[in-house]
Design a protein around this ligand. Structure first.
Ligand code: CP
Ligand code: NVA
Length: 314
């Protein structure tokens, strides 16, 4: 028998980090650390025995798919991989009907899709917790793993400075929430037409007001990176933006995280990237494969952070 976990988050959806208090996010991170230690010691932690997670994928994935699938298995449950190419959703069955039906079979649903509104609709019609496995707008599970990684490497979160350089995309948006909630000062540098969504920035500023975190939305990468303890970037063209690849490569040319740019960072800075990465585009090979890079630990922490999420919500 495993010990019992607190029930305060049971039944909740994880659609956005903005929906959780700082205390609830810390609860997820603390459990993620605990589960990581227990997994390494082979100490059983089967909190989800007999439970099933349905995983809907409308976009590709390596990390999200494997970490959720292995994660629920380690928790004593099992996962179903539901590619939208195979299920009726891909042939026009509505999100609402998919939610109603899946709720009769599974104990939780993870979805990776395009529109955040589809994840919200799925949650509205689902009787079981819905977990956002990436939309065009947000990627909360990634940022929980990032926060876990930052705390592991730096020993704290509040008061650090994180610089995000590049596209104001799903990663930038969830980082804004994750940093604001945990008191990390965040500076984002993006080209003018690729800045983070203003509504997200406004909501993150509300979160930041509670923790004292500073939020800067800038254009010049070196200004954002100045004194940063954590430097983060992401691809210039996200899934679904393949047709814009060339245009974006041109616009983002000055936004590469490379040796020159990180010379402005704090001495012991760490480099994060959610992966997959394009070496020679958003990051130089020397940086992603260099001494400051923690991207493999970051990827591993997807497993531990999402196990915590599933164990608390499902
Ligand atoms: N970082 C991330 O979500 O990776 P995948 O697209 O491989 O799931
Ligand atoms: N911004 C990227 C993240 C991939 C994990 C995308 O949406 O494709």
């Amino acid at each position: 028998m495993v010990d019992k976990l607190p029930d305060n988050l049971r039944g909740r959806d994880l659609l956005s980090l903005h929906d959780f208090t700082a205390e609830e996010i810390m609860q997820m991170l603390d459990l993620a650390d605990d589960l990581k230690a227990r997994q390494k010691k082979k100490d059983p932690h089967q909190y989800l025995q007999g439970k099933t997670l349905g995983m809907i994928f409308q976009k590709s994935s390596t990390r999200t798919r494997v970490s959720f699938e292995v994660g629920i298995y380690q928790l004593g449950g099992q996962a179903l991989f539901l590619s939208s190419l195979d299920i009726q959703l891909g042939r026009g069955e509505s999100v609402a009907d998919t939610a109603r039906v899946l709720s009769r079979f599974v104990d939780g649903i993870m979805i990776r899709t395009f529109a955040q509104s589809d994840v919200e609709e799925l949650a509205r019609y689902s009787d079981v917790p819905v977990i956002n496995g990436l939309t065009d707008l947000l990627h909360p599970c990634q940022i929980l793993a990032d926060l876990q990684t930052i705390r592991e490497k730096k020993g704290r979160l509040a008061g650090l400075k994180l610089a995000y350089v590049g596209d104001g995309n799903n990663i930038a948006h969830s980082l804004l929430f994750g940093c604001a909630k945990t008191g990390i000062n965040i500076s984002v540098a993006s080209p003018d037409s690729y800045k983070p969504n203003e509504r997200i920035v406004a909501l993150a500023r509300e979160d930041a007001a509670l923790t004292g975190a500073k939020i800067e939305i800038l254009t010049v990468p070196a200004e954002a990176v100045k004194g940063a303890d954590v430097v983060v970037t992401d691809v210039w063209a996200s899934m679904g933006q393949e047709a814009e690849q060339q245009e974006r490569a041109r616009v983002f040319a000055g936004y590469q995280v490379n040796e020159e740019l990180v010379s402005h960072a704090a001495k012991g800075f760490i480099f994060l990237h959610c992966l997959p990465a394009h070496r020679g585009e958003e990051v130089s090979t020397g940086i992603i494969d260099g001494l400051h890079s923690v991207v493999w630990d970051e990827a591993e922490n997807r497993l531990h952070a999402q196990k915590a999420v599933m164990a608390l919500l499902m």
